[in-house]
Design a protein around this ligand. Structure first.
Ligand SMILES: CC(C)(COP(=O)([O-])OP(=O)([O-])OC[C@H]1O[C@@H](n2cnc3c(N)ncnc32)[C@H](O)[C@@H]1OP(=O)([O-])[O-])[C@@H](O)C(=O)NCCC(=O)NCCSC(=O)C[C@@](C)(O)CC(=O)[O-]
Length: 305
């Protein structure tokens, strides 16, 4: 007997062009990134994290941010999101007219230091003027909360640390928070506890999940979040991704795998799975590797028969 009532629609945030490509050793031309975004939006994705306005010394893979943002043929109804860690990043992003900016903090102190070179409290001080400026400009502000179940430097992360960060984000006007399992070490009940901590400060429609699949738990963790009523998730086409400051973590849950799960449960996403598989095949070929999506591999093998 099914005792859970699942949402009828899930909103997907495609993070492949940003999270997916920020960790690639081999530089990809901006034209390939632009083509990827075009293919993702053609597949029905309505929310795409395109790039980051971070220091090119820290993340050289995102140095072509202006070229990529300016090269996309925008479709009405698609939200183009970008990461902005500080005012310098936000001001640089403004010229490229993002629909949403993402400030990114960490539930663990050590990861905050490694990733953005400041403590959690200092990060909030940096984000506050960014949030105020974005909201004044009518740009939606999402907050990514890294390391909500585990940290590469500190190990297990307590739910209270997630609650603390969510409260700080709420306090400066962040409108939505993403509960991220940066390392991909989480399991369903731990993930639910992290969400419950975030939900003490945000409403259900203001939280989303971001799961890396290092230990193969991302779909199970998605199901656990769905059972709490969470209806927005990040995913990365072909399972690309990883954070340069979370060594050993694999890519995000593959968008193809997530769409297959959701459609199989009767949950609408608005995404055309076949077109998404083609977008995944395109970027996998550009990177010279097999897709990290099991669903894509299975469906491509079936097509080839
Ligand atoms: C945050 C900073 C910039 C602080 O870096 P910092 O070195 O502490 O910054 P600073 O203010 O001392 O400035 C130092 C230099 O950086 C420049 N600078 C300063 N800010 C910017 C900027 N915005 N854009 C471009 N340049 C910038 C600044 O102008 C200066 O240049 P210099 O005078 O030496 O030539 C740095 O640590 C950084 O860029 N970190 C990148 C972190 C990152 O992109 N991580 C990956 C994304 S987060 C993620 O993947 C996790 C997520 C979201 O997916 C969820 C999850 O899974 O957990």
């Amino acid at each position: 007997m099914n005792t859970h009532s699942y949402p009828s629609h899930v909103h997907l945030v495609e993070v492949g062009p940003r999270d997916g490509l920020q960790n690639e050793a081999q530089p990809l031309p901006a034209a390939v990134k632009i083509e990827l975004v075009q293919r993702l939006q053609a597949a029905g994705l309505r929310h795409i994290e395109v790039t980051s306005y971070v220091s090119p010394k820290w993340v050289p893979q995102m140095a072509d941010k202006h070229e990529v943002m300016r090269g996309i043929q925008r479709q009405p109804g698609v939200c183009y999101a970008v990461l902005t860690p500080n005012l310098k990043g936000f001001e640089a992003a403004l010229a490229d007219r993002p629909d949403e900016i993402v400030v990114f903090g960490s539930a663990s102190e050590a990861f905050s230091q490694k990733n953005i070179n400041c403590s959690v409290a200092e990060s909030i001080e940096r984000f506050a003027p960014v949030v105020a400026a974005a909201r004044a400009a009518g740009i939606f502000v999402r907050g990514a909360m890294s390391c909500t179940v585990g940290c590469p430097y500190e190990g297990e992360v307590a739910a209270q640390q997630v609650g603390r960060l969510a409260a700080l984000m709420k306090g400066i006007g962040v409108q939505h928070v993403g509960v991220a399992d940066t390392l991909g070490v989480g399991t369903p009940l731990k993930v639910q506890r992290a969400f419950e901590a975030a939900l003490q400060h945000y409403e259900l429609h203001q939280v989303s999940g971001h799961f890396h699949d290092t230990y193969g738990q991302a779909l199970a963790n998605t199901l656990a979040a769905l059972q709490l009523g969470v209806a927005q998730f990040d995913a990365s086409v072909a399972g690309l991704g990883g954070c340069p400051y979370a060594r050993g973590a694999s890519g995000n849950v593959a968008t193809e795998d997530l769409v297959y799960l959701l459609h199989g449960m009767g949950i609408d996403t608005g995404v055309d799975l076949e077109a998404l598989i083609d977008a995944g095949a395109y970027i996998s070929a550009a990177l010279g590797r097999t897709s990290g999506s099991r669903v894509a591999r299975a469906l491509l093998a079936r097509r080839a028969q």
